[in-house]
Design a protein around this ligand. Structure first.
Ligand code: GLY
Length: 397
């Protein structure tokens, strides 16, 4: 069995170790400073905000149940596995326990329960065997399975927050959340969860993945008949365009479906999206918000970049193992190019900013661009751990 580290040149191995050491140097102070918080982004003072502070939000979906709240836990658990420093375990447990309020509130919850509880409770269970954490993971999996539309064979995205009728919406991002369903089936030996995950993934192959390997952000189905009635550009530039973080969710998400099931069609789909992504990166150093956006303004999304890099590294390993040397090299070099450019010019390693990765963007048409997002730091660390053959695979059974 090949490891990702074994595929690197000695120079790249040294580079990867140096970057991991930068995390090891930075994170103790950041962890102490933010103990008890649910960070999403940093303010002008460089300090993380706190989504657990419900005095700032009118609803749980934007506050304690904000979909990225689990990634801070994921960062802490990766750091715990790398360093064995108990402060990371203590801080991660505090977050996991604080997130129990979200189950009780219920109305703030959505399709992103995988993002919330895979890097927190499920990570805790996998790393420490904590039985309370397993219960949380299984509860979250049941909430996700409950969103399945059996006629359309998709997992419904979001809730009707905006007063519109979106019962029939499904989104590419959910390819990551379904790892939670694979986990539940494996844990309790009940295939239903995995069946839902695979039915959803197959719907995505049929309806979201375009001929050129790019993917749609939102597909709209008739919730009663299951018939596809439209597509939306969502967080990308426009309808029909290629929102880069969506491409990254597809690339990495289909790899994860392959890792959890061994089904060739998921690997093929991941490679198809990866080939498209790699071709778009040939003449670029940084990942834009959308591969079809105009050249100016030159908006970037470092977050989509590091998520895609995680997928490229895993695919490189699989291709190497299967003897597809050329593909392995393409995926490895694209992943490394992305990570090296981010590290060189889009990171802050001193304590002036709690976050590491800069220039992230949530959505093309938002007012604000180029800020920090905690999940960019999470996926950047996950990628650096992969390069060092350390950390843990959050999204696997
Ligand atoms: N899951 C939504 C996003 O990637 O922004």
């Amino acid at each position: 069995m090949t490891t990702i580290r074994e595929m690197l040149t000695p120079e790249d191995q040294v580079w990867a170790e140096e970057v991991l050491n930068k995390f090891i140097a930075k994170m103790p102070e950041v962890t102490q400073r933010n103990f008890g918080k649910m960070p999403y982004t940093t303010g002008a003072d460089g300090r993380y905000d706190d989504r657990s502070d419900m005095s700032r939000f009118s609803n749980y979906a934007d506050g304690k149940s904000w979909w990225t709240n689990g990634f801070w836990g994921g960062l802490l658990w990766q750091m715990y596995v790398v360093t064995k420093d108990e402060q990371y375990l203590t801080a991660a447990r505090r977050l996991e326990e604080d997130m129990d309020d979200c189950f009780h509130e219920y109305y703030g919850l959505h399709h992103d329960v995988g993002f919330m509880w895979m890097p927190t409770a499920v990570a805790d269970y996998k790393i420490t065997g904590n039985k309370e954490s397993l219960k949380r993971g299984l509860l979250a999996a049941n909430l996700l399975a409950g969103r399945f539309n059996p006629v359309g064979k998709f997992i419904r995205a979001w809730n009707s927050y905006w007063g519109d009728s979106n019962e029939g919406w499904a989104i590419i991002d959910c390819m990551m959340n379904i790892s939670m369903l694979h986990f539940a089936s494996k844990q309790i030996g009940d295939p239903r969860y995995q069946e839902i995950a695979m039915l959803h993934a197959d719907t995505v192959i049929q309806n979201f993945i375009r001929e050129n390997g790019s993917s749609v952000h939102i597909c709209e189905f008739d919730a009663k008949t299951g018939k596809k009635v439209g597509e939306r550009g969502g967080q990308g530039y426009k309808e029909g365009s290629a929102w880069t973080r969506g491409q990254a969710w597809a690339l990495y998400g289909f790899y994860i479906s392959y890792a959890n099931t061994g089904e060739q069609r998921y690997l093929d789909t991941s490679c198809k999206v990866a080939d498209y992504f790699a071709s778009c990166m040939e003449n670029r150093d940084y990942v834009p918000i959308d591969f079809d956006q105009p050249a100016e303004p030159a908006y970037e999304d470092s977050c989509g970049a590091v998520i895609a890099a995680c997928g490229f590294l895993e695919l490189a390993k699989v291709m190497e193992e299967q003897g597809s040397k050329e593909k392995a090299q393409l995926y490895l070099s694209t992943g490394l190019k992305i990570l090296k450019n981010i590290e060189k010019n889009r990171t802050i390693w001193d304590q002036s900013c709690d976050a590491v990765v800069q220039n992230c963007s949530a959505s093309y048409h938002d007012k604000d661009h180029h800020f920090t997002m905690v999940y960019a730091d999470y996926y950047f660390l996950e990628a650096i751990c992969k390069l060092n053959d350390t950390g843990f695979f959050t999204w696997g059974v």
